[in-house]
Design a protein around this ligand. Structure first.
Ligand SMILES: [Zn+2]
Length: 172
């Protein structure tokens, strides 16, 4: 069995669990099946459809920050593995306002960058270095933590993430 996307009661993507765990939630009436995997789980007493997407019947309040934890990998996923200054393949995480000058290690102040831009920028702000950010860094949307957690987005989950993608800031 694979994995299942768990939606909150509000249809907001919440987390990814094993399909087995998702099935248990459905059997315990804690969640409803939204999308089936197409396969079946067979036990001695029953044959059950394997869930691909489920929706909780109750609302779970999750602090957004808890999910979008700031890691090097998460920054790369958010920035499409591209240097946010020149578009080359990202190798470093750059602090827009350097840490030595009070820059924070937060989503709004870190971007993926290539080694060349990172070195060229040194201890300066992009403006001082004559460099332009391709987009304004921000806390990533749900898609990012799903990719970080699972490594990829199951195509079956796409329709349930569409609203979020539409809400994401346009890429410069
Ligand atoms: Zn670069």
């Amino acid at each position: 069995m694979g994995r299942a996307l768990v939606l909150n009661a509000t249809f907001e993507p919440l987390c990814v669990v094993s399909a087995r765990r998702a099935l248990v939630l459905v059997l315990k009436h804690k969640a409803e099946m939204v999308h089936q995997d197409g396969g079946f789980f067979r036990s001695e007493s029953a044959t059950l459809p394997i869930p691909s997407v489920i929706r909780l019947k109750y609302f779970v309040k999750v602090p957004y920050r808890a999910r979008a934890s700031l890691s090097r990998r998460a920054v790369f996923v958010r920035d499409d593995f591209q240097c946010q200054y020149c578009g080359a393949v990202a190798e470093n995480v750059d602090h827009v306002l350097p840490r030595s000058r009070g820059g924070t290690h937060t989503w709004a102040n870190v971007v993926a960058s290539c080694r060349r831009c990172n070195t060229r920028k040194e201890n300066r702000t992009p403006k001082e270095a004559g460099m332009t950010l391709r987009s304004r860094p921000s806390v990533p949307r749900e898609k990012v933590w799903i990719v970080v957690a699972v490594g990829r987005i199951d195509p079956k989950w796409e329709p349930y993430l569409d609203g979020l993608r539409a809400a994401a800031p346009a890429h410069a």
